[in-house]
Design a protein around this ligand. Structure first.
Ligand code: NZQ
Ligand code: ZN
Length: 392
């Protein structure tokens, strides 16, 4: 097992009606003026925003508002948020929504105390030294941003999507009420599920041997997803299924499933170019890319693919031909994705084969390689996109 540090400072407040605690939680965190940040309107329609406001009012905490965060959140709104926070003297940002709202809130949080352009942190030009504290009220189990120190923003000029990471933007608190996710359209529930599973796979495929505890934690999250997601799709109001999925989404990405070993993350990088260029849902892009990546790299460690085929998908281990087991596992994964309504080919996603050179170019590794489970060069990445065109 590799040496590691695990820092997860977020206070998680989980369960029914927990959004009514927001005022108290902001107060405990020392917030005196809040920016309420939200998306395209789901939190207004559901009445959630009003409940959060009432909770702040109860503690006499003043707030200003900035809605309109789009899925694949844009830099343009982040600039507006930074200006608003500075003008209003905001000292706490409360994100009410999904990963896009939370990531936009984190970007604003980094930008407010910074003299330069917040994008510096996303293009690797600078490292953040300060941030306004962020809290979240999560409405979709997916990105895991409620427990992560990451934020992913799309630059409208060129539609490139880039991420940054810092302990400074790990939320101070995250309110997780599974009932809030019952209003999600089936497609968004499924997209979120794929993202959660992908966050585990990125950590599962590792070259570090013998980290049994982490393998088993990963498998627990994956098995939970395979069992619970069909229940939530069949009955959107199934609170217990929603609760299991919501907590799985946090556990999948606060790195408890990744410590002690090397991780991959190439599929996420390869997908981000798709959701950057086509503005598709991140989870749907991952459904297309992940099986293709698996097909491309499987021979690097066929026993690892056979292991997950047996432990997650219940395949029979073929000791004489473990590759057969590994391939069966990848097929089962694809069948699961299809069964929950996810695309598995470029065409189903609305992506185009002729754009592959643009996607590879946007990925931006030039003549180098991107590390991970298997280091990939630009030709490998193009090949993964090509496999994704055909769906293997
Ligand atoms: O904008 P509104 O009206 O709220 O609608 C949203 C949006 O259209 C809707 N929605 C959310 N909760 C709802 C709801 N509709 C009905 N009822 C509810 N309860 O769902 C749509 C998608 O929301 P979004 O926030 O975009 O989803 P998600 O949580 O999947 O976030 C995706 C973003 O997170 C990034 C992705 O790249 C993408 O930009 N990621 C962030 C990560 C992180 N910060 O750690 C890691 C991930 O790998 C990922 O890259
Ligand atoms: Zn993701």
């Amino acid at each position: 097992m590799n040496n590691f540090e695990f820092y997860s400072p977020t206070k998680f407040v989980f369960g029914r009606d927990t959004e009514n605690n927001c005022g108290q939680l902001v107060k405990e965190a020392g917030g005196a003026k809040v920016l309420l940040h939200f998306g395209g309107g789901s939190v207004i329609r559901s009445g959630l925003l009003d409940r959060v406001k009432a909770s702040l009012d109860k503690e006499s905490i003043p707030y200003c508002e900035l809605g309109g965060v789009q899925p694949n959140p844009r830099d343009t709104l982040v600039y507006k948020g930074i200006e608003l926070c500075r003008n209003e003297g905001v000292d706490f940002i409360l994100a009410v929504g999904g990963g896009s709202v939370i990531d936009s809130a984190k970007a604003i949080a980094l930008g407010v105390p910074y003299d330069g352009d917040f994008w510096d942190f996303y293009c690797g030009k600078d490292i953040a030294k300060k941030a306004v504290p962020v809290g979240t009220v999560l409405t979709i189990a997916a990105a895991g941003s409620e427990g992560s120190g990451n934020s992913v923003i799309t630059k409208e000029d060129g539609m490139v999507k880039r991420g940054t990471g810092s302990d400074l933007i790990k939320p101070v608190f995250s309110v997780l009420n599974p009932a809030l996710t019952c209003t999600l359209p089936a497609y968004q529930t499924a997209c979120g599920a794929v993202d959660i599973m992908a966050h585990v796979f990125e950590r599962y495929f590792t070259n570090t041997k013998d980290v049994e505890i982490t393998d088993r934690l990963c498998e627990a999250v994956l098995i939970t997803m395979v069992n619970e997601v069909p229940k939530a799709l069949k009955n959107p109001d199934d609170y217990e299924a929603r609760a299991n999925i919501m907590w799985a989404g946090m556990v999948a990405h606060n790195n408890i499933c990744g410590v002690g070993r090397d991780q991959d993350w190439n599929s996420h990088g390869i997908e981000h170019e798709l959701s950057g260029l086509y503005d598709c849902a991140h989870g749907a892009g991952l459904a297309v890319i992940f099986p293709a990546w698996m097909t491309f790299v499987k021979d690097h460690d066929i026993m690892r693919f056979a292991q997950i085929a047996v432990r997650l998908w219940g395949c029979r281990m073929d000791f004489a031909d473990p590759k057969r087991t590994a391939l069966e596992g990848i097929e089962k994964f694809k069948a699961f994705l299809t069964s929950i309504g996810m695309p598995v080919t470029f065409a189903e996603l609305g992506a185009k084969e002729e754009d592959i050179p643009v996607l590879v170019n946007n990925f931006g590794i030039g003549e180098g390689k991107t590390g991970g489970f298997v280091a990939l060069d630009k030709n490998d990445i193009a090949n993964i996109y090509r496999i994704a065109c055909k769906g293997n």
